[in-house]
Design a protein around this ligand. Structure first.
Ligand SMILES: *[C@@H]1O[C@H](CO)[C@@H](O)[C@H](O)[C@H]1NC(C)=O
Ligand SMILES: *[C@@H]1O[C@H](CO)[C@@H](O)[C@H](O)[C@H]1NC(C)=O
Length: 291
């Protein structure tokens, strides 16, 4: 226990203090460097926690439904199973109930996909509860474990006749998606304003990956996104595309300010880019014209 516990504490401190300092010279193994920052006292200002979703907000009608055991996970599902193509959207710290995430899922489904949003936080999304600070909460939610728990869901989707499965991840979910992109489980991956992802991860990616970053994202800033791109350029197995959205803060794709038309437009563009990437790898050639 002591070593694992210690590693988790280090991880939590790094995450919660916005001090995810990536090792510039990543020689493998270490993965990332821990910057000596104090334990967080200003969690409210952590960009991963900004603009938290309003869970009582109406979304304008959800097209899908919640199923309680899909490959062992509670999931929001939307769209047609008959499409034969599935997209799994992995949430940020606020979980699979977030209204804007479900809206995104419904809209992606409209593009001809069966979309599944699993509850990989097991009914325990981050809630801004001061009694349970972020760094304590995150210790219970390893993205690597979440990636493992996603595999039975992918198996269930394939058993139901899905010929291809894409994974889209936001923030924490971006790390989950990257872990799955290192396997044969998925056909393509899109990560939006990821957190916890390292340059070293990019060397292990095996599936086509799109990275959508924000110009004002301080968690995975453009400099780091370009380090990812450089690592992917050298990873010749894998097709990749990187885009930085002007003026976009962290979480711009799924926790945007709905009263700000520029923010809404940016989030819509990110969703369209994600769908386009999946169209290129999940649909059969020539299928676009038929749709
Ligand atoms: C959340 O949404 C509900 C329902 O639309 C609304 O009444 C409430 O004011 C919202 N809360 C905040 C903090 O925006
Ligand atoms: C959202 O955008 C509106 C319009 O630009 C602005 O007045 C408001 O302050 C913004 N809300 C937040 C929480 O940033």
């Amino acid at each position: 226990m002591p070593l694992l516990r210690c590693l988790l504490v280090v991880l939590a401190v790094v995450v919660a203090s916005a001090g995810l300092a990536l090792a510039e010279e990543n020689t493998g193994g270490a993965g990332w460097q821990v910057s000596p920052s104090p334990a967080p006292s200003t969690e409210k200002h952590h960009p991963c926690l900004d603009n938290s979703p309003n869970m009582t907000e109406k979304t304008g009608g959800e097209a899908g439904e919640v199923v309680h055991d899909y490959g062992g996970l509670e999931c929001y599902v939307t769209g047609s199973r008959r499409s034969g193509r599935a997209i799994i959207l992995v949430s940020d710290y606020y979980g699979f109930r977030a209204p804007k995430l479900r809206q995104i899922a419904d809209k992606v489904a409209d593009s001809g996909y069966y979309v599944v949003v699993p509850d990989l936080l097991y009914g325990d999304p981050y809630t801004d509860d001061p009694a349970r600070p972020f760094w304590v909460w995150i210790m219970a939610h390893s993205p690597d474990e979440a990636a493992e728990k996603t595999k039975p869901l992918i198996a269930a989707l394939k058993k139901e006749g899905m010929s291809s499965v894409g994974i889209g991840g936001y923030c924490w979910g971006g790390k989950v998606a990257v872990e799955l992109s290192k396997t044969e489980e998925t056909q393509a991956v899109v990560i939006s304003h990821p957190s916890l992802v390292t340059v070293h991860d990019m060397k292990e990616v095996k599936r086509p990956i799109e990275i959508l970053g924000g110009e004002r994202d301080t968690i995975t800033p453009p400099l780091v996104v370009h380090q990812f791109e450089h690592a992917l350029d050298q990873n010749n197995r894998v097709d990749h595309f990187v885009k930085i959205f002007p003026k976009a803060p962290h979480a711009f794709a799924c926790r945007y300010n709905a009263s700000d038309s520029f923010a809404v437009k940016t989030a819509e563009e990110a969703r369209a880019d994600m769908v386009q990437w999946f169209d290129g790898y999940l649909k059969q050639p020539g299928e676009f014209q038929l749709q």
